[in-house]
Design a binder for this molecule. Structure first.
Ligand code: PEP
Ligand code: MN
Length: 246
């Protein structure tokens, strides 16, 4: 889309019907990857923790029937192995995983030898070194197809957003790793769908390379991140209204 990398889809895969209906509703929007979390890293236990391995064939069906490339979050070696086997096109490392060098190292080793795209979200702690270190651990295992996702940093209630934007950290990462796409996840920054378009436009204004936006066929019934997911119609409007400056 307008030269941007666009990743969209629901926070979590909840049912085969939900991922399929969402994918079919957005497949004509020039989306690079369809996302859905299978293993959800919930901050507190007892929330919906994802459907896990059971959702893999649902995503394969999405790929087959919508023609969209598919991606999910991986946090353990077994996730990587199962997703590579299943033909996922991109895997991302979540903010609660990027903070942990042991875990990143395990993922990097599991990814070794594959040419799958890997996106790395900024860590939940505001530490550029951890984010950079994750990229280096992947590169040390020969992984070259890497992207970065700015999803904001905890701001301890000091803003209306769920996480604060720290554009300067994203820009520093671009300077450290020239050539890697740096995209923004306005959904996890916003925490509320009404703030998503404004943050997405800010990301465009500072020249980021794309967006990861959560989109659910019926956000009001979502099992995770209900208030921040866009409907397919809102996603279409958002992508159509972005002002890309040269
Ligand atoms: C997600 O993308 O649904 C997610 C859990 O994101 P983050 O790792 O940014 O919190
Ligand atoms: Mn989410």
């Amino acid at each position: 889309m307008k030269g941007l990398k666009i990743i969209s889809g629901p926070c979590s895969a909840e049912s085969e019907e939900q991922v399929l209906r969402t994918a079919l509703a957005i497949k004509d929007l020039d989306i690079d990857f369809f996302r859905a979390g299978l293993w959800k890293p919930r901050t507190r236990p007892g929330c919906f923790e994802g459907v896990g391995f059971e959702g893999i064939p649902w995503m394969q069906r999405v790929k087959k029937e919508s023609g969209l490339k598919i991606c999910t979050e991986v946090a353990r070696r077994e996730h990587v192995e199962a997703c590579l086997e299943a033909g996922f096109d991109m895997l991302w490392i979540g903010a609660r995983t990027t903070v942990n060098p042991f875990q990143v190292q395990e993922l990097a080793e599991a990814l070794k030898g594959s040419d799958v795209a890997v996106y790395v979200k900024n860590p939940v702690s505001r530490d550029l070194e951890l984010w950079a270190g994750a990229v280096e651990r992947l590169r040390n295992q020969g992984i070259e197809n890497i992207g970065l996702i700015h999803r904001g940093f905890p701001n301890f209630g000091k803003s209306v957003y769920r996480n604060a934007t720290e554009w300067q950290v994203a820009v520093k990462m671009r300077m450290l790793f020239p050539g890697l796409p740096v995209i923004c996840d306005p959904s996890h920054i916003a925490g509320d769908s009404k703030f998503v378009p404004g943050i997405a436009q800010e990301a465009m204004d500072i020249g980021l390379d794309g967006l990861m936006v959560e989109c659910h066929i019926s956000p009001e019934s979502a099992l995770s991140d209900r208030s921040q997911q866009l409907t397919p119609c809102q996603l279409r409007e958002l992508l159509g209204s972005l002002n890309i400056r040269s």
